[in-house]
Design a protein around this ligand. Structure first.
Ligand code: PGA
Length: 251
């Protein structure tokens, strides 16, 4: 069973508008492996301009980095999933560890966000992953299982086709320390087993699971070559067009 291969760049709170447009254009125009889905999770403020500047034939898809769990209302400063869908943004990232930490997003809130995003017609890149303390204590598999059970596994089996999972060990994010290919494979295989138990073999085999955490041009190949790793969610290295394109072409 072949799964979708995905390279997703997460720009976080980086780039001024002109830099963002130039970066997106560079990636859109670059020679890229046609078998790889390229996603750019850009700041909200950049979405409209980047949509206008890149050709749809370039097959670069945009993602939002977050959305609210309600569709509209008195929530100053928030962005609704319906607004994103209205702008034809196909993807949203939910559950990134930075939002879990700095914005106190817990599994229960993420279940609500998932529900709202799916109801609005968005596809979701759902992040999970453990801290260094949890890994050192040997509880990483259990921790990720709980993250999935309490949020992602609240959705219906028919909705799973709209889900991509990103496993991002927190200790590897932005630290330059990557999980070893074997560590990534161990967790991805475990997540696939959890998917199988919850939703059956078909869903488990079809769901793409990305690795995130200091993916770079020089380590992407060894990580992506693991059997259960279907691509990457890339932070820092996605801010360099050249390096991100080399990651896209690492499958
Ligand atoms: P990084 O970030 O590649 O800079 O480690 C990954 C992420 O947070 O998605």
């Amino acid at each position: 069973m072949s799964r979708k291969k995905i390279a997703a760049g997460n720009w976080k709170m980086n780039t001024q508008i002109n830099e963002g447009i130039a970066l997106a254009k560079y990636i859109a125009d670059a020679e890229r492996d046609k078998g790889v889905i390229t996603i750019l999770a850009v700041p909200f403020t950049h979405i409209y301009a980047i949509q206008k500047k890149i050709k749809s034939s370039s097959k670069v898809l945009l993602a939002a980095q977050n959305c609210h769990h309600k569709t509209s209302g008195a929530f100053t400063g928030e962005i609704s999933p319906v607004m994103l869908a209205g702008m034809k943004v196909p993807y949203v990232i939910l559950g990134h560890s930075e939002r879990r930490e700095y914005n106190y997003e817990d599994n229960a809130l993420l279940a609500l966000k998932l529900r709202a995003a799916l109801n609005s017609g968005l596809k979701v890149i759902f992040c999970c992953g453990e801290s260094l303390n949890i890994r050192k204590a040997g509880n990483h598999l259990h921790h990720v299982q709980l993250q999935l059970q309490e949020s992602l596994f609240q959705i219906e089996v028919r909705e799973m086709k709209h889900i991509t999972i990103a496993y991002e060990p927190i200790w590897a994010i932005g630290t330059g320390e990557t999980a070893s290919p074997a560590q990534a494979q161990e967790m991805h295989e475990a997540i696939r087993a959890m998917l199988k138990q919850k939703y059956g073999k078909g869903v488990a085999e079809k769901t793409s699971i990305l690795y995130g955490g200091s993916v770079k041009g020089n380590n992407a190949k060894s990580i992506f070559s693991q059997q259960d790793v279907d691509g990457g969610l890339v932070g820092g290295a996605s801010l360099s067009g050249e390096e991100f394109v080399s990651i896209i072409n690492s499958f």
